[in-house]
Write a protein that binds this ligand. Structure first.
Ligand SMILES: [Ca+2]
Length: 199
């Protein structure tokens, strides 16, 4: 069966979209966007945390939670404080692991964590993740049981480093990406050839 040049364009566009989705899934997105109730993953490299101004009466302790430890980062009212974690594997965070910040709301004793609400005592998502350009992420929390007013600014932490909604891609995804580029080039050249034949 002969595929018309017009169909090559469609195939190429679909391939391009698939490849873009894999690339986008792998890295921190180019454009800013926000997620709530969604797991986040660490991709590797150093991490730097900065405490931003909270809008809350309560003070909370902020932790990086891993399989092996609860690494204390800072208090939510240590405004402006910078904490650098040059090698997160020293606290048990390895590439591909879920990236989880948790808060201990000191006055009430509650513990909440970012990610899916099911991991919190009230079943509510307490963390909001704002992806900004250049590997910057703003993470905000609600600090009251049940979620409060859901403006997610009771605790605010800016993270500089490679974290994202996608896990490190499976080898099959990378293979598809590697195969996609020459395929696109081939399709592109065939379209030009058939256009020239028509002319
Ligand atoms: Ca709030």
């Amino acid at each position: 069966m002969r595929i018309l040049p017009r169909n090559y364009s469609i195939v190429r566009a679909v391939l391009f979209a698939i490849i873009l989705s894999f690339v986008g899934f792998r890295t921190t997105p180019i454009g800013a966007y926000t997620v709530v109730d969604h797991d986040v993953y660490y991709h590797g490299g150093s991490l730097q945390f900065q405490i931003l101004v909270p809008d809350a009466a309560y003070n909370s302790q902020i932790f990086l939670l891993t399989d092996s430890s609860s690494f204390f980062i800072a208090n939510s009212k240590d405004i402006g404080l910078l904490v650098n974690l040059a090698d997160p594997s020293t606290v048990g965070l390895n590439p591909g692991d879920e990236f989880t910040l948790g808060i201990h709301v000191t006055p009430t004793g509650y513990y909440f964590r970012m990610g899916e609400g099911s991991s919190n005592p009230d079943g509510v998502a307490h963390g909001r993740v704002n992806y900004l350009p250049n590997h910057l992420t703003l993470i905000g929390f609600e600090d009251v049981f049940g979620g409060g007013d859901f403006d997610y600014n009771d605790v605010q932490v800016q993270v500089a480093g490679d974290i994202g909604v996608g896990q490190i891609p499976e080898p099959s995804a990378m293979l598809l990406f590697a195969m996609g580029l020459p395929l696109m080039a081939l399709l592109g050249s065939r379209i030009h050839l058939s256009d020239r034949k028509k002319a």
